[in-house]
Design a protein around this ligand. Structure first.
Ligand code: ADP
Ligand code: MG
Length: 571
């Protein structure tokens, strides 16, 4: 159908009941691009209608260098979704109308550059998927307004944001280069024996707990740029911007110590987020971490299904089995133990732990407590006595923020001290302290860490149906997935950054149930398979229709969510 046909339909249905908008579903040729009205909302208050546009390469005209490799396409797609969003703000008028009349919305990112389903960029062209509230007065179609929106605003937005010649090529180049540099930096970690790299001059602190943009220097606010201690200085290559020096933390056990309010948690949080690429100007765009890194914390109240936590917790009262530990209501220490074992099960090579969010009795058990409560009466083997086993047996490193207990000096490969937001390396001093003040603590947990099991979820543990619908999955904000009649609580998932990831995780669990649990795959196998499929075919494998509001999660986050589905059952 042509654009003219679209105008005719709108003139014909003007003033009729809202359902008449259904006549719009279909594709319209606008010359430069195709507008596809994929789904029309049922009424003015329902979620907005789903639309998409496609521009062939002959119109969009992006130079060939952007289309490969894959992370360049992702970076361009991310850039275009932000450009589209900005163009909506320029061209879309606020309208008086019922419900969400006249709203145009595209899913675009915050500080991270994620693979999204909102803009798909490739060698054949650009597809942008967005949402629009079709205008209404009460329940009547406002045809003229719809015509203005669809036939005048959208072409302007498309032209401004999806055609190469109308974009700032400087900004686009910078965006792609900075993403590519981060990929390259992360790619060098393993061969250099590092788990994370924090570039000099990085800005790590954020504006506030609810604002992830970089803290700004002001008269009453100093911002201390990051500077590596000389002992940990390394130089890495950036293909787009040349070499960069910064702090490289090697594999092993690393302690971050220092007084309260000296920037320990801020450094750890930047390391946590280093699994993602950041936008230029974020301040953390040259801070990268091995991609399997997992933040571990205590999370009492969580559900646990047959996790082998025996390396940490054994001999529970009344003979409860900890090789297959299950509970509807974990304690601080059992939850933290389960979180670690599940992270290992999902293949994590770096654990990130902050004393602020840990269970004390899981982290330490000092000599005096050992003397008072003998080992046979204490089920917990503290993390202190396992952290070296994790490295030696499984190759999993740990970075631990610890301001309150020096017992970890015994097991740390290196100690970094934060002082006024400046790191220094105090490993030698810590060794002197160990020699001068022996703790006389008994080492617990002999016999090594042992096997990390591999669990196979049963298909019957996944039921996404709700009422008359076979599948009802949605995200409620960043921290909750609605999965059938169950809610999955992700509020403790600190490396989740985007609601569109939350949505994708819900769908990914459903994918796992249909394609992996049905074949008896373990969590690790299934998630590996899913990740490969996502890499090959994109986010569209998660939904039966073209969704524009998904962002790619890591398998670590999917595993985390699946493990908290309260109906999960494993063999
Ligand atoms: P700690 O964990 O050592 O108690 P935090 O990391 O929570 O300390 O940091 C304390 C405060 O200092 C936070 O408000 C944080 O935003 C701020 N901050 C951290 N690093 C810097 C920095 N490099 N420059 C300025 N302020 C910082
Ligand atoms: Mg802290």
């Amino acid at each position: 159908m042509t654009e003219n046909r679209l105008r005719q339909i709108l003139q014909r249905i003007d003033g009729r009941g809202y359902k008449a908008y259904k006549d719009l579903e279909g594709e319209f040729d606008f010359g430069d691009f195709t507008l596809s009205i994929d789904h029309v909302q049922g009424d003015p208050f329902a979620s907005p209608s789903r639309l998409s546009v496609f521009l062939p390469d002959s119109v969009a005209q992006f130079p060939g260098q952007f289309t490969a490799p894959r992370h360049r396409r992702v970076a361009v797609g991310d850039f275009l979704s932000r450009a589209f969003h900005a163009a909506v703000n320029r061209h879309s008028k606020r309208r008086l109308g019922t419900g969400r009349s006249g709203e145009i919305y595209i899913d675009s990112g915050g500080q991270e550059v994620l693979e999204r389903s909102s803009v798909l960029f490739g060698s054949d062209g650009v597809e942008a998927r967005f949402y629009a509230g079709l205008p209404a007065a009460g329940r009547r179609v406002l045809g003229r307004q719809a015509e203005e929106m669809l036939c005048s605003e959208i072409p302007k937005i498309v032209s401004d944001s999806l055609m190469f010649r109308n974009l700032s090529s400087e900004e686009l180049d910078c965006h792609v280069r900075v993403v590519e540099d981060q990929e390259a930096l992360r790619g060098q970690l393993k061969e250099r024996g590092l788990v994370t790299f924090v570039g000099n001059a990085s800005t790590l602190p954020r504006r506030s707990g609810v604002d992830d943009r970089p803290l700004r220097q002001a008269r009453s606010q100093v911002v201390v740029p990051f500077q590596t201690p000389p002992e940990l200085e390394v130089e890495l290559d950036r293909p787009g911007s040349g070499p960069i020096t910064g702090m490289g933390i090697p594999e092993g056990v690393t302690l971050i110590v220092g007084g309260g309010y000296h920037g320990k948690s801020t450094l750890l949080r930047a390391i946590e987020r280093g699994v993602y690429n950041h936008v230029p100007g974020d301040g953390r765009e040259f801070t990268v971490t091995v991609s399997s890194a997992v933040k571990i914390r205590a999370e009492d109240g969580r559900y646990v299904e047959k996790v082998n936590i025996a390396s940490f917790i054994d001999n529970l009262p009344y003979g409860r089995d900890t090789k297959r530990f299950s509970t509807d209501n974990a304690s601080g220490s059992t939850s933290q133990a389960a979180n670690i074992v599940e992270a290992l099960e999902a293949g994590s090579k770096l654990l990130l732990i902050d004393e602020d969010t840990s269970a004390t009795n899981f982290i330490i058990r000092d000599a005096r407590m050992q003397a008072l409560v003998e080992k046979s009466k204490e089920p917990i083997t503290p993390f202190l006595d396992r952290v070296k086993d994790l490295k030696e047996e499984l190759g999993t490193s740990t970075i631990l923020v610890m301001g309150g207990c020096g017992d970890y000096f015994d097991v740390a490969d290196r100690v970094i001290m934060m002082d006024g937001y400046r790191p220094s390396c105090v490993t030698e001093k810590a060794k002197e302290v160990v020699a001068r003040f022996p703790t006389h603590r008994k080492v617990e947990g002999r016999g090594g860490f042992g096997e990390v099991g591999s669990r196979c979820p049963l298909q019957r543990g996944f039921d996404a149906s709700r009422g008359r619908r076979d599948v009802k999955i949605d995200a409620k904000g960043l921290g909750t997935i609605l999965y059938g009649v169950n809610n999955i609580d992700l509020s403790a998932l600190e490396q989740l950054v985007d609601t569109s990831q939350t949505r994708a995780i819900g769908e990914a669990i459903h994918f796992f149930a249909r394609n992996c649990a049905s074949k008896g795959m373990s969590i690790h196998e299934g998630l590996q398979f899913l990740d490969e499929e996502l890499g090959r075919k994109g986010l569209d494998i998660l939904k039966p229709f073209k969704a524009g509001n998904l962002a790619r999660p890591r398998i670590q986050e999917i595993a985390f969510a699946m493990n908290r589905l309260r109906t999960l059952k494993v063999e």
